[in-house]
Design a protein around this ligand. Structure first.
Ligand code: ATP
Ligand code: MG
Length: 400
């Protein structure tokens, strides 16, 4: 194992789950992305387990289970508060719609299970004591940083078109290169992507945008023509591509890059693409804020009030976008943020009730307006966040 003894080792924590299966006489292995990431020395995400036990047998062996995908053979086993997907060795029947296998059959042999997996780097099983089962030479692919299909790439993409998106998102996350066969198969089979549910494409595309090597992956997405099958992205002509790809996108997250995409394609608002990409309302709003903030701040100076109203996180994101867009240094938003006397209205030393009392007046829109004025003066430093001082100012305003 690659973990140092004093580090929390997620495989060590999952070991009792494997051992329970093994002592009941079943075969069981760690498998998939976690094994790949262990070999790469990357941080390991969810740990998946593959076993000869059927879902029913898994359910009887463990106290806490959730039937998350029984029809595909998957049971979530909860062990010490952590969930592990335990999936019965299976092979897949024919794919009628380039998305889902018409049926899955349970099999007794781990090699057969590994054969249904997408890429060789994801088709390695590891025993409880760290031995590898690697019939497709996935370790070699990991060492040489290549993304190779298990079996014929054309056939595998014909079965499940989402694998093409997975290939480019792994490229972005891992910095690996597609084998020539995978690249060629994507070019040939790209039109099948339209059969894949937009939600699934979106998940993969956002992982791609968040990857460290998203620049290279986007280039492959465009070069192979895979983008032609995706709404909005299909509008990318040569000039727009160059404009986007000349930016150093590696530090930006998917929302920031979406805002760039909209800017490059001269699309007014994130709301106009939300439906096609099936964005949640929250996601759309977040992209919209970044897009409008970027458009305004690209031609304005950062003031205390601007930084305060956007909030630290959004202001930093916008500043980072502008720095990336114009290849300039960031303009010290964090320093402005740190110099602010308050970071939210809640920290204001007075409330609406104070204003009502001091002015001995009845409520109305003036309260909100005056509070906002006070807030702005305090943020900009022309008024101290001090009750007595604010009261004096409020009474003076009253007399004006
Ligand atoms: P991540 O680190 O992003 O979770 P992962 O490789 O673990 O990457 P998952 O989607 O969690 O990806 O899938 C777990 C495993 O299931 C994969 O490693 C692969 O072996 C297999 N798999 C997932 N999706 C497919 C697919 N569409 N076709 C074939 N095998 C797949
Ligand atoms: Mg995973």
């Amino acid at each position: 194992m690659l973990y140092q003894s004093d580090e929390v080792n997620p495989f060590q924590q999952a070991k009792p789950v494997l051992e329970t299966l093994l002592s009941a006489g079943y075969e069981a292995y760690f498998v998939g992305g976690s094994v790949r990431d262990l070999l790469l020395g990357r941080e390991v995400g969810d740990i998946d387990i593959t076993t000869s036990a059927t879902p029913e047998q898994v359910q009887t062996l463990f106290q806490k289970t959730v039937p998350v995908g029984i029809e595909h053979g998957t049971v979530l086993v909860i062990h010490k508060g952590q969930g592990y997907e335990v999936t019965t060795f299976r092979t897949e029947g024919t794919y009628a719609d380039h998305r889902h296998p018409a049926s899955v059959q349970f099999v007794q042999n781990v090699e057969e299970d590994l054969m249904r997996r997408d890429f060789t780097m994801n088709a390695i099983a590891m025993t409880v004591d760290g031995q590898w089962i690697d019939p497709f030479r996935g370790k070699e692919a990991i060492e040489s940083h290549t993304i190779a299909s298990v079996g014929d790439a054309h056939d595998r993409f014909q079965e499940d078109a989402l694998r093409m998106m997975r290939a480019v998102r792994f490229q972005s996350q891992l910095g690996f290169t597609l084998t020539e066969k995978v690249d060629e198969a994507i070019r040939n089979k790209r039109s099948l992507l339209k059969h894949v549910a937009m939600e699934r494409n979106r998940v993969e595309f956002h992982k791609l945008l968040n990857g460290l090597h998203c620049h290279e992956a986007l280039k492959v997405l465009f070069d192979t023509g895979l983008h032609e099958q995706l709404p909005v992205l299909c509008k990318f002509e040569c000039d727009a591509r160059s404009l986007l790809l000349e930016k150093n996108l590696s530090r930006l997250n998917h929302r920031q890059i979406w805002a760039f995409i909209l800017e490059v394609l001269r699309i007014d608002s994130a709301f106009s693409i939300a439906k096609e990409w099936k964005f949640s309302r929250e996601e759309t709003k977040a992209i919209e804020v970044l897009l409008t903030g970027f458009r305004i701040m690209k031609v304005s100076e950062w003031t205390k009030w601007c930084v305060y109203t956007y909030g630290k996180e959004t202001a930093t994101d916008i500043e980072q976008m502008i720095a990336c867009w114009e290849s300039i240094a960031e303009r010290g938003v964090h320093l402005i943020w740190e110099s602010l006397p308050i970071s939210s209205r809640k920290q204001l030393a007075v409330t609406g009730n104070d204003l009502l009392r001091w002015r001995q007046s009845t409520g109305g829109p003036w309260v909100k307006n005056m509070l906002q004025q006070i807030e702005k003066h305090v943020v900009e430093g022309s008024l101290c966040n001090d009750r007595a001082e604010i009261k004096e100012r409020v009474l003076a305003w009253g007399n004006e």
